[in-house]
Design a protein around this ligand. Structure first.
Ligand code: CMC
Length: 435
């Protein structure tokens, strides 16, 4: 990160102009370093939604929204999704480089040996209602890990951070499957460490004590790809939440639980559930014939209807993850003999119509990863209510990598945004009988 030039800020009220360094990253927009602005002028900047604000420096994930490009540590997502598995991706995100064969074996073995959760967590789980949303359970269970693993709570200790990272990556599949089994009224299935990360998760989801799960390589690969595509995504809302939460020095489990809670929202991780519900609704109300009516409602500003799975704060082009997900959709539906799945056909038709409609074209609204991931997950037998929990499982590694990067940054400070205050100025409290 180098200062390449300066930017001058001038004021129309006669205050003196000030110069700020303009920083250059390795790629992407330059950044005006304004951290001395308040000290020099007594003024803040105003940027709700962080539309123009780089809140940190990072070397993990890069998105070029105009090109529709996504890089993990410099590697294009298409190459990673085609050549690597999820645990290799985790290693890359955490360590900055691809593992060699020995490093991969050691990492896989390490993760595999941390898949069980403390037995007492089952009793904690039983405190939830059976109809609790899996994300409510997951938020609680991830936070509760801090009550069970006291030896890894010091966020300033590199060894604690390393073990917490391995534990979180290893235990998320177990926690997500526990949440699912609990809602289905079935006993939990313990992890089986000779299976791959993703095959083990599918077995914990779909086996029962009386029936073993038959691993299908095409389906395992499809879910593994979903994990890879969701592993990290720069400074999105949940990642920024994890960074802000972790900036106070809280323990890693609490910081990741904050990320899970943020991810739950329908504008973020909840969108895949919302996208599938939208498709099911259109199908129920007349299917392809009714797409025109639906699009009209989406374009009506008073309707509050959005085309879920479309649009993105950063991508102003086709989300590269959506392309890969559509490819996976074909593979899974082919493997399961569902090539004529009406929901997939409906999604493709909806995409075609939206991509040629002036409303979407002029706003650069393209399908995002969630548009097709719901169809794939549904075909794999994953219930809709679990989609966001699957996203959380996959994103855990990104949250940890970003948290650890922040903690290692010498510029790190507790996050403390300022405000443009618009409320009442100082006034006196009247005694109750005079109000
Ligand atoms: N359907 C209809 N109109 C839309 C949509 C949509 N999905 N997304 C944006 N717009 C319109 C919006 O109404 C606005 O129009 P106008 O300029 O006339 O007021 C314009 O496009 C810009 O929208 P915005 O809400 O200011 O854009 P944003 O960057 O704040 O929002 C978004 C990004 C993802 C929240 C939004 O596109 C959205 O709500 N999409 C649907 C939900 C969704 O699929 N979310 C998943 C995101 S990808 C997963 C992840 O990375 O978390």
């Amino acid at each position: 990160m180098t200062a390449s030039s300066t930017a001058t800020l001038s004021f129309s009220d006669g205050s003196p102009s000030i110069e700020f360094p303009v920083l250059k990253g390795t790629v992407g927009p330059d950044v005006v370093d304004i951290k001395t602005l308040y000290g020099k002028t007594g003024k803040f900047t105003y940027d709700p939604g962080f539309m123009s604000t780089a809140a940190c420096r990072s070397a993990i994930t890069y998105i070029d929204g105009d090109k529709g490009e996504l890089l993990y540590r410099g590697y294009p997502i298409e190459q990673i999704a085609t050549n690597c598995d999820y645990l290799e991706t985790c290693y890359l995100l955490l360590n900055g480089e691809m593992p060699n064969a020995a490093q991969k074996d050691a990492f896989v073995s390490n993760v595999s040996h941390h898949t069980m959760v403390h037995e007492q967590m089952q009793f904690f789980l039983r405190g939830f209602r059976r109809d609790a949303h899996p994300m409510a359970i997951l938020t609680g269970m991830v936070g509760a890990l801090s009550a069970f693993y006291h030896d890894t709570l010091d966020i300033n200790n590199a060894e604690h951070r390393h073990i917490a990272a391995i534990r979180l990556i290893a235990k998320m599949p177990t926690l997500v499957s526990m949440a699912y089994k609990y809602s289905a009224g079935q006993p939990m299935i313990y992890p089986k460490n000779d299976l791959s990360y993703t095959a083990n998760f599918m077995r914990m989801m779909f086996a029962t004590p009386c029936e073993e799960y038959q691993v299908n390589d095409v389906l395992v690969r499809a879910l593994d790809r979903i994990f890879i595509l969701h592993a990290d995504h720069e400074q999105n809302a949940s990642t920024s939440t994890v960074r802000l939460c972790g900036s106070s020095g809280t323990n890693p489990y609490a910081a990741i639980a904050a990320g899970v809670a943020c991810l739950w929202g329908p504008a973020h991780g909840g969108a895949n559930e919302a996208a599938l519900s939208m498709l099911l609704d259109i199908q129920k109300n007349g299917g392809v014939e009714k797409i025109g009516e639906f699009i009209t409602a989406v374009k009506d500003k008073n309707s509050n209807v959005r085309l879920m799975g479309f649009g993105h704060r950063v991508y102003k082009n086709y989300d590269p993850r959506a392309k890969l997900m559509r490819e996976t959709c074909y593979e899974v539906l082919g493997e399961l003999g569902l090539q004529n799945d009406p929901l997939f056909k409906l999604a493709m038709e909806l995409e075609k119509i939206a991509l040629s409609d002036e409303y979407f074209v002029s706003r650069k609204l393209y399908p995002n990863v969630d548009f097709y991931s719901g169809i794939v997950q549904r075909a794999l037998g994953i219930p809709t209510s679990l989609f966001t929990a699957i996203f959380a499982l996959a994103r855990t590694v990104g949250w940890i990598a970003q948290l650890n990067e922040m903690l290692a940054d010498p510029d790190q400070k507790i996050g403390r945004p300022r405000q443009l205050f618009t409320g009442a100025t100082a006034r006196d409290v009247m005694p109750l009988h005079q109000r």
